[in-house]
Design a protein around this ligand. Sequence first.
Ligand code: F6R
Length: 236
Amino acid sequence: MNLIKANGYKDLSRKAANVISAQVIIKPTSILGLATGSTPVGTYEQLIEWYQKGDIDFSKVTSVNLDEYCGISPDNPQSYRYFMNQHFFNHVNIKYENTNVPNGLADDMEAECVRYEQLIADLGGIDLQLLGIGHNGHIGFNEPDSSFEKTTHVVELNETTRKANARFFETLDEVPKRAVTMGIKSIMQSKKILLIANGPDKQDIIQKALFGPVTPEIPASILQFHPDLTVVYSFE
Ligand code: F6R
């Protein structure tokens, strides 16, 4: 495990963007696993800035996002597809057809999960997976549970997560109750993982996830077993 301490959010974003940028420069055809949420916003901003300066080329990159809400259309501003377009894809030269987000509107969600898993396999797996971490230790939408869910699956979101995400919605009622997420195995099979955590409120869960027992009660704790994990954090 490679632990990198950053001095504040801007520094964290720059350090995380450096890791992603190095990946894309070394392998222009990289498969990037991407995340939404507040934490990666600065990382995407930094990558956009370097793209605009001509330092990074995303034209051969393919992306696969971790998760999506069920029942929200891609043009709904709360959807993760919309988030990715707004915060990243629309501002760099990644080809839209090479960006992948699970389809939360699929009629048959089971089939959508199988399709997404197969897509990742057909791409040859993820080269670098970017992850945030929830206060309860969730990664993607893999919530604390009695066992580790392996592949892409549909989850019932628990109240903590819905409340934490309510800040993006008008009311708590509008926060979807279900989501589709890559599973722990899908995430763990990524060749490299970059976990980012920002703010004093993430210190406790990072401590537990990285140095406590490995347990499905703290899904991120499984990352201790990953052979190439980089953690960039700032608790300021
Ligand atoms: C988002 C995702 C979530 C977030 C986590 C942390 O695609 O997979 O697991 O990474 O909820 O969110 P923030 O960064 O908003 O604290």
